[in-house]
Every structure is written in C-alpha cells, then in structure tokens.
Design a protein around this ligand. Structure first.
Ligand code: MTE
Ligand code: MO
Length: 242
C-alpha cells in the first residue's frame, strides 16, 4: 500500500514524537520548560490540552483522537492550479438539472458566508477555528438542481486530483467553496483562488485549486482513496486507512 505522505515524513514525525514524548514527561501540566538555561514555550501542547477538554455543540470531542493542535494550516503540497481569479472556472455538473460554470465574480454574487471551522489532517495535526469566507456547497447544489438520484459529490481539482464525499455530508452547513482564510485571500499553496472545505472529514477531502463539483449516483473513490486511504475519512472514528 502506498502512503506517500507518511513515508516522506517518517523521520520528521519520529523526531517530533520523541520530542513530544520528552515534553510530555518533562512538562506534565505546564506550558513552559527550562532546558540548559533556555526557556521553551510549548504553545502547541497547551492548545492540544485545552482542546481535549472541550466538546463540540454536536456532542463530539473538539479534538478527534490521535490529533494535536497547531496554530496555522501547514501547506501540504499537491500540484498547484492557476491561481488567477480572472481565469478561474468552477463547474457544477453531473446529476443536476442545470449544469453551471461559475467565474470567480459569479461566486461573489452568491450568498457569501464566513465560517470558523476546525480542520483535521490525517498526518495528525488539527487547526481549530480557521475562518474561511466563501459560498456553501449546499447553495451551489440548490442552484444547479441536484437530482434526487445523486448520492455522492466528487470534488474536482487541477491536474486530476479528486475527492469523494457522501452527498449528505457534502451538503452540510459548514461545507464551503472558500477563497479567503483568516482575513487574507487564499494563498497559492493552500489552493488559490478557491478550495473546497469539508471540515468534518480528514482534510484530504478538501481539494485545493478546485475546478469542479460533480454530483454522481455511484461512488468514485478519489486520489487518496485509491492510494490506501479510507473511503469515508471520519476523524472521530480514525478512518485513516482503507
Ligand atoms: N488539489 C489538491 N488538493 C488537496 C491536496 C492535493 O494534493 N491536491 N492535498 C490534500 C491534503 S492531503 C491535505 S491534508 C490538504 C492540505 O491543505 P493545506 O495544504 O492547505 O494545509 O489539502 C488537500 N487538498
Ligand atoms: Mo493530508
């Protein structure tokens, strides 16, 4: 089974884990550790501990198992698309009555929402309260007139990257096509000009450089789903690998 993200990061992850193990033992309950005269602040551990004490409005723990909190999205790579908003096109198609092609300006004319969400990467980092601005996938779906036979959504991105999401989960309130993160236009490594944001599934289900939203009757496992990762990807039940 190919797990490129993991093989690439094994060394770094092991070092980080050894460091964290040390920190946990040394710090236990405190956020500051003195080592050889230097003082280290482990803000990430504090954030993780705080998150572990919290519960979401839906009753689930704020932090899914096996995750640690970091402050900002880590750019995780991928083959970038054209970042120019003026050239961007988003196709909404498949099992719909009215396929649409949106330019960036068309998206700006829709109902724009700002939502603060938590995201969880399968490589074990989470970011809490990332603020995205964009439109809801649900609103794009309504405009296109999704057929009652549609069961899945295929998010399509530059260079053939895709991710599949069950339709009920893709039409959830917090699922967006976003162009702004934390008050700034989406940076190129994070998917400029627009990306999908599906907060409640592992973050590989949130394609960057988004070019299409296709509604389908039959499931189509996407880029990572056909490379050993779980087809559904629920962070709370640790659906990491297929
Ligand atoms: N088009 C595209 N989207 C993608 C990816 C990719 O390789 N290509 N990687 C995914 C993965 S594995 C993760 S964890 C997130 C990372 O998003 P970030 O780089 O903004 O942190 O983007 C997802 N979206
Ligand atoms: Mo990822």
């Amino acid at each position: 089974m190919i797990r490129p993200e993991h093989s690439r990061r094994t060394d770094a992850v092991q070092k980080a884990m050894a460091r964290r193990e040390f920190i946990r033992k040394a710090a236990r309950g405190t956020t500051v550790v003195a080592l050889g005269g230097a003082v280290y602040y482990f803000a990430d551990d504090r954030l993780t501990r705080e998150a572990r004490a919290q519960t979401r409005p839906d009753g689930r723990p704020r932090l899914p198992p096996g995750q640690r909190v970091i402050e900002k999205l880590r750019p995780m790579g991928g083959r970038q698309g054209d970042p120019a908003p003026g050239r961007h096109r988003l196709k909404v198609h498949g099992a719909v009555s009215t396929p649409e092609v949106y330019g960036f300006r068309d998206l700006l004319k829709m109902k724009i929402v700002e939502q603060s969400v938590d995201v969880h990467c399968v490589t074990a980092w989470s970011v809490l309260g990332a603020t995205f601005v964009g439109v809801r996938v649900r609103d794009l779906a309504a405009k296109a007139g999704v057929k009652s036979t549609a069961r899945h959504v295929i998010f399509e991105a530059a260079h053939g990257y895709t991710a599949n999401v069950q339709i009920d989960e893709a039409l959830a309130d917090n699922v967006m096509v976003a162009w702004e993160l934390d008050g700034e236009p989406l940076a190129r490594p994070h998917g400029a000009p627009v990306r999908a944001v599906v907060p409640d599934l592992y973050f590989w289900k949130s394609p960057k450089w988004l070019t299409g939203i296709r509604f389908v009757e039959r499931d189509e496992p996407g880029y990572w789903e056909t490379r050993g990762y779980h087809n559904h990807a629920d962070p709370w039940t640790e659906e990491r690998y297929g």
